[in-house]
Ligand binder design. Structure first.
Ligand code: NDP
Length: 246
């Protein structure tokens, strides 16, 4: 049975990494997916091709989530193409790790613009443009709970996303929309592995009880469930997907 048949779901940052795995899983479960991306068109097109080759339906739309006008256009194009919107996954994010004293104004602004303003921008559109009974999944990180050095600005953005999740769930609940937040542990994507020595990756893998990094599909399984009707009573929650890290 295709549990997401007839559903139209927008995933931000779905050209690669966790977002691409989410898009593939949702499409395999019967949803039509909108693959948002910031700049890497070739990777977005590849994700669309992979989904279509497997018999699924997907559309790539470029938009920088930190820009309100681009997010408004993203919703307009999605609705013009598919007619309605049942799901939103706020997966797009960036991670800049530096001690507070080395973090520049530009680092701080960029991090908040993409992770917090980006999530805010799509939620504001979804408040009026998503169908009644829809589902939203935001993205935090398990590092919010363990508060490691150099992650200060990043965890500040993700803590803000967690609070937006709790409040927005209460604002749109009357329309039957549930809103949750997934908090992955270290996951095997460019965001986490780029520039890290093998020892640092091994230390991060040891945070999980299984002594490995998460894979994008590990996170996508949870997101996929949260978008089904079976998850409707799960609402306003922050849910870890981290192999037992925290
Ligand atoms: P990746 O770096 O692998 O992929 C990031 C995706 O976000 C890409 O599709 C990229 O598009 C897109 N993106 C970046 N900036 C923007 C923007 N301004 N507007 C639109 N899209 C944008 O990241 P991950 O898959 O690892 O991360 C996904 C989410 O999971 C993030 O929110 C991250 O914070 C969170 N997370 C990740 C963890 C990890 O260890 N990987 C752990 C905990 C949380 P493009 O390809 O065009 O650049």
């Amino acid at each position: 049975m295709q549990v997401l048949a007839q559903k139209i779901i927008l995933i931000t940052g779905a050209s690669r990494g966790i977002g691409a795995a989410i898009a593939r899983q949702l499409a395999a479960a019967g949803a039509s997916v909108i693959i948002n991306y910031a700049g890497r068109q070739a990777e977005a097109d590849q994700t669309v091709q992979t989904i279509r080759a497997a018999g699924g339906e997907a559309l790539a739309v470029r938009a920088d989530v930190s820009q309100p006008a681009q997010v408004a256009r993203l919703f307009e194009e999605s609705l013009a193409h598919y007619g309605h919107l049942d799901g939103l996954v706020n997966n797009a994010g960036i991670m800049l790790t530096k001690p507070v004293q080395a973090t520049t104004d530009e680092d701080f602004t960029r991090q908040f613009d993409v992770n917090v303003r980006g999530t805010f921008n799509t939620l504001r559109e979804a408040a009026t443009r998503m169908a009644d009974g829809g589902s939203i999944v935001n993205f935090s990180s398990s590092v919010v709970r363990v508060a490691l050095p150099t992650y200060g600005t990043y965890v500040a953005t993700k803590a803000a996303v967690e609070q937006l999740t709790r409040v927005f769930a209460k604002e749109v609940g009357a329309r039957g929309i549930n809103v949750n937040c997934v908090a992955p542990g270290p996951t095997n994507t460019e965001l986490f592995t780029q520039g890290k020595p093998a020892e640092a990756i091994a230390r991060a893998a040891a945070f999980s009880a299984f002594n490995r990094l998460g894979e994008p599909d590990d996170i996508a399984h949870l997101v996929s469930f949260l978008l089904t009707d079976a998850a409707k009573w799960v609402n306003g929650q922050i849910i870890g997907a981290n192999g037992g890290m925290a």
